[in-house]
Design a protein around this ligand. Structure first.
Ligand code: HEM
Length: 137
């Protein structure tokens, strides 16, 4: 419960850090540093810990699978961010395709938050069969 709660908080903060990057003036390479660090290090580490604790708590396979999903969605986030940055025109300006992929990055973030909320719900379930709370997941 503790790690999945921390994971949900990290995902929520990730939206704040995206806004920090967008509003930083002047816009430069380091604008998204907090967003990058949280997305590349903090969130993946918390994802792995959540899966580990779910396994230690002998949560059902369905729940363990559910804990793996956010990590997969974060990997997709990295890919979508890279593609959004890659699809520029020869002068380096944004293209409609790149911006669409950037939009999908935001949508995928919303999907991931809902999946993590589902993991937390499982962790809060009182039944010993499905609960991951015992091991701190
Ligand atoms: C909570 C869900 C989100 C997660 C887990 C996430 C994760 C990531 C990751 C892992 C990267 C790659 C960082 C790197 O390559 O160094 C990234 C980049 C980026 N994200 Fe997100 N992101 C999320 C939501 C958002 C939202 C809502 C926006 C804005 C609407 C956004 C805007 C960006 C931008 C602009 C980049 C590229 C930054 C750069 O080029 O330096 N992200 N994100």
């Amino acid at each position: 419960m503790i790690t999945s709660g921390a994971l949900l908080a990290a995902f929520a903060l990730q939206f704040v850090f995206a806004a920090v990057g967008a509003f930083t003036q002047p816009a430069e390479d380091g604008s998204y540093l907090l967003h990058s660090f949280t997305g590349m290090a903090v969130i993946p580490a918390l994802c792995l810990l959540t899966t580990l604790f779910a396994a230690l708590a002998r949560a059902p396979g369905r729940v363990i699978g559910l804990t793996l999903l956010p990590l997969g969605l974060v990997l997709l986030q990295v890919l979508l961010a890279a593609l959004a940055n890659a699809f520029t025109d020869p002068s380096g300006a944004s293209t409609p395709l790149g911006l669409t992929i950037g939009g999908l990055h935001a949508v995928n973030g919303i999907v991931a938050v809902h999946v993590v909320a589902g993991v937390l719900r499982e962790a809060l379930k009182p039944s010993p069969q499905s609960s991951m709370a015992g091991a701190g997941a």
